[in-house]
Design a protein around this ligand. Structure first.
Ligand SMILES: C[S@@+](CC[C@H](N)C(=O)[O-])C[C@H]1O[C@@H](n2cnc3c(N)ncnc32)[C@H](O)[C@@H]1O
Ligand code: SF4
Ligand code: SF4
Length: 333
């Protein structure tokens, strides 16, 4: 905790996005990760990499992919990360997040360290299939209800907003808040580098309807928790094509690929093998090498992801940052 706090103060990342696998049981229109077949670390390699990351000061892991639940060692890996002291947010499409799976995660939830976030973008079956490429809305809704009823897991639902589903945001928020779960969203990133499918027809950014969409999001903002609002404001600026400032990749967060390679974010290519190197010893060099492509890409092909922008939006808003700091200290010590 102290190391993570020092990282927060000195501009070293505290959040690691880990792609357990690139395999997936969905075929989302906005994502291209499922088309990739990348190597995966074995349990021994995962243990080495994350022991180093714990020493470095990583506090939270977004355990995602691909779909983390299609990995046969998903439960062992989650258990290992939680036992090492990380806070783990499992980000899943929810298809395999059954009552049984939720109960197993609930049992391993030491000191409230596990959060489960299920992605859901629409309540309309046809739109779900159009967005996610599979007809599984009913199963996902059932699993979201099980998550809401479970004993100790913190639970949430995350929506990716595109030209298909933006009118549904308030209905989604209401359903999820009524179930007692967190609701979060961010707009679709249409820049095609690594993760995004780059389908411009889904994009809101350059849409003629952009001000109408922003009005929907502004209405919703008032009903969202205070801590989340600066991120929404920055997301709106981004949609209008306004300057949102330098990207916080490699300041607040980075990504570890399924192969154990280090990369600043979901979109830039990996450049260091964490299976062979110790991040604490090499950090200055990593950082120097990463800053250059980050500075280039945020001005030329900016994108806006929660993992790279969320913490920065809060930190640059002092009143919210103070509230956020105390809520983290009281909930997550
Ligand atoms: C890459 S997925 C991995 C975890 C899991 N398979 C899932 O869908 O939740 C993590 C989140 O990124 C979102 N996402 C995928 N492609 C995106 C894009 N191009 N722009 C913004 N968000 C995207 C997904 O909707 C999901 O909420
Ligand atoms: S967004 Fe998630 S569920 Fe959809 S294809 Fe990508 S990894 Fe799979
Ligand atoms: S703007 Fe940030 S998140 Fe987007 S590609 Fe560049 S470094 Fe990555």
């Amino acid at each position: 905790m102290i190391r993570s706090f020092l990282n927060l103060l000195t501009g070293r990342p505290t959040l690691c996005v880990y792609d357990l696998t690139t395999r997936c049981n969905s075929r989302c229109a906005f994502c291209s990760i499922w088309k990739r077949r990348e190597k995966e670390m074995n349990l021994k390699e995962i243990e080495k990499v994350f022991t180093d990351l714990k020493r470095f000061g990583i506090h939270t892991i977004f355990l995602q992919g691909g779909e983390p639940l299609v990995h046969s060692n998903f439960l062992e890996v989650t258990d290992m990360l939680v036992s090492m002291g990380f806070h783990v947010n499992v980000i899943s499409n929810g298809i395999l997040m059954s009552e049984n799976m939720i109960s197993k995660l609930d049992d391993m939830n030491i000191r409230g360290r596990i959060k489960v976030t299920i992605s859901l973008d629409t309540l309309d079956r046809k739109k779900y299939e159009k967005i996610r490429g599979v007809d599984r809305l009913d199963a996902v809704l059932k699993n979201i209800r099980s998550l809401a009823e479970c004993r100790s897991l913190e639970g949430g639902v995350h929506a990716t907003v595109t030209s298909i589903n933006y009118t549904e945001l308030e209905d989604l928020r209401k359903l999820i808040h009524d179930l007692g779960l967190d609701f979060s969203f961010n707009t679709y990133n249409d820049v095609k580098n690594y993760a995004s499918a780059g389908d411009r027809s889904l994009s809101l950014k350059n849409s003629r309807k952009v001000e109408k969409i922003i009005a929907e999001i502004e209405k919703l903002k008032e009903r969202m928790p205070r801590l989340y609002r600066p991120f929404i404001s920055d997301n709106i600026r981004y949609m209008r094509g306004e300057d949102v400032g330098p990207c916080d990749a490699f300041i607040d967060s980075f990504r570890v690929t399924s192969e154990g390679m280090l990369t600043p974010c979901l979109e830039l290519p990996p450049f260091y093998d964490l299976k062979k190197q110790d991040i604490s010893r090499e950090w200055k060099d990593f950082k120097k090498r990463a800053r250059c492509p980050i500075e280039r890409c945020y001005t030329r092909t900016p994108c806006f992801y929660g993992c790279t922008r969320g913490m920065g939006s809060v930190k640059r808003n002092p009143p919210t940052a103070i509230v956020g700091f105390f809520s983290v200290i009281s909930n997550r010590a």
